[in-house]
Design a protein around this ligand. Structure first.
Ligand code: PNW
Length: 450
């Protein structure tokens, strides 16, 4: 396997976060409510009733967090903009104090020599829009494009590249199909229009960004899908799952069409959501980069439940993270090479926009020895280098996450950070993985300069 130092010259090193997971300050400076504020109030929705009301208090502590990023040597920082801070009811009047926060954040990043990489939607929809149907309502796509214009007009002079959506698949499945995330709806396959409306929102927002000369990316959580055996029933199930998880969110962008979802009993117009011209609106603006969030591969077997054309099978014989997710670094190489094979010339340069793991790493003598995270990151970076060696154009790697943070339905129980956060005192303590990543970045830069 390739050495991680074989990554190309100019390869960009980063870390990622998301607004609701770190900012806190949910009632400050005129921020409106988001679906996550509402969801966290629902009994039993989030472990131990945790909420993002304070989180890492990044809204106030961002200068300290940027100092940590600067010392880490990051080229880029991926964060998300909270739509309800900018437009408290999702559309209509702009909240200048909300927008001013991101203005300060961007300036402070630039002063530290770090490129800001904002995500426009990381799941915190304004509650007022959810009250009108959220992503089930086609109008939300138009509201998203208007919001994009407001933010791009303010920050576009300093921010070159933008990510529209984070993981539309997880948002559809967890948020609207299974009710594990906000808005907590349990529509099963009737959630499919939310895939189309998010993608339409992406396309409309991409056009807005393009008109302003800005670059456009999307961050999809993709997974290599492996059949549990070479039994044709398992292979068929794996194909069906791949269409739902991966191709539903990449084919329309890179090929201008939806994959065949007939195994799910779903028509080509996704239950009537797709109107003539929509696929053109989604594909035409094009993508300057594909963001890939990778955590683990998926093993799929023939269905056991008559309602679905697949069953997920456990991946055995590999380590697991504190979250219980299987650790399979080579799955990232497999995924990248597969994308390159399937989409060929249509695949834009790839950036890994998330990759990381939860480690139960409580401080010991004031230090956090998160060996498991170092092994995880090291293995996955070697997998990226191997994919590059096999011809995939990968431009950067953003680890999830800079800080321990509010891990959605798990509350503060899963710690993904390079930096430990004590949620009582808000003390930040860089972990062993932070020093490791800093040294790796410095070494790569030294080689690039040599
Ligand atoms: C991503 N899954 O979410 C999100 O983009 C982050 O906000 C989140 O903190 C991070 O990964 C870690 O979970 C995911 O179950 C949530 O497959 C669930 C899954 C994948 C990604």
């Amino acid at each position: 396997m390739a050495n991680r130092h074989d990554l190309p010259l100019g390869f960009r090193w980063g870390a990622s976060t998301a607004a609701y997971q770190i900012e806190g300050a949910v009632d400050e400076d005129g921020r409106g409510r988001s679906v996550w504020d509402t969801f966290c109030e629902r009994p039993g929705a989030v472990r131990d009733g945790h909420t993002g009301a304070v989180a890492c208090d990044h809204y106030h502590r961002y200068p300290e967090d940027i100092a940590l990023m600067r010392d880490l040597g990051l080229d880029g920082y991926r964060f998300s903009i909270a739509w309800p801070r900018v437009l408290p009811t999702g559309s209509g009047p702009v909240n200048p104090r909300g927008l001013a926060f991101y203005d300060r954040l961007v300036d402070a990043l630039l002063a530290a020599g770090i490129t800001p990489v904002p995500t426009l939607f990381h799941w915190d929809l304004p509650q007022a829009l959810e009250d009108d149907g959220g992503w089930l309502n086609r109008d939300t796509a138009h509201r998203f494009a208007e919001y994009t214009a407001v933010v791009a007009d303010r920050l576009g002079d300093r921010v070159p590249a933008w990510i529209t959506l984070n993981e539309p698949f997880v948002h559809m499945v967890y948020g609207y199909a299974l009710g594990i995330h906000a808005p907590g709806r349990t529509l099963l396959l009737d959630a499919l229009p939310t895939a189309h409306h998010q993608l339409l929102g992406h396309g409309l927002a991409a056009a807005v960004l393009r008109e302003r000369g800005l670059e456009v990316m999307i961050a999809n959580n993709l997974t290599p899908v492996r059949p549990a055996s070479d039994d044709p029933a398992d292979v068929e199930a794996a194909t069906a799952y791949d269409a739902l998880h991966n191709r539903l969110f990449t084919d329309p962008l890179l090929r201008g069409s939806y994959p065949d979802l007939s195994a799910f009993g779903v028509t080509e117009d996704l239950g009537g959501a797709v109107r003539p011209g929509d696929l053109k609106l989604i594909a035409e603006p094009g993508l300057d980069g594909l963001g890939v969030n990778y955590y683990n591969p998926t093993l799929i077997a023939a269905p056991t439940d008559p309602g679905l054309p697949f069953a997920e099978a456990p991946i055995e014989g590999v380590p697991r993270t504190a979250f219980g997710w299987p650790v399979v670094p080579d799955g990232l190489r497999e995924l990248l090479v597969h994308l390159h094979e399937v989409y060929g010339e249509a695949l834009p340069p790839v950036t890994i926009t998330e990759n990381g793991c939860s480690v139960a790493d409580e401080p010991e003598d004031g230090r956090i020895h998160d060996r498991a995270r170092i092994d995880y990151l090291d293995g996955h970076l070697r997998a990226v280098a191997a994919a590059v060696e096999q011809g995939v154009d990968v431009r950067g790697y953003f680890t999830w996450s800079l800080l321990d943070n509010f891990e959605w339905a798990e509350g503060y129980h899963q710690r993904f950070g390079l930096v430990h956060v004590d949620f009582e005192t808000q003390a930040r303590t860089p972990k062993a993985s932070y020093a490791w990543y800093r040294d790796l970045i410095a070494a790569h830069r030294g080689r690039s300069a040599a």
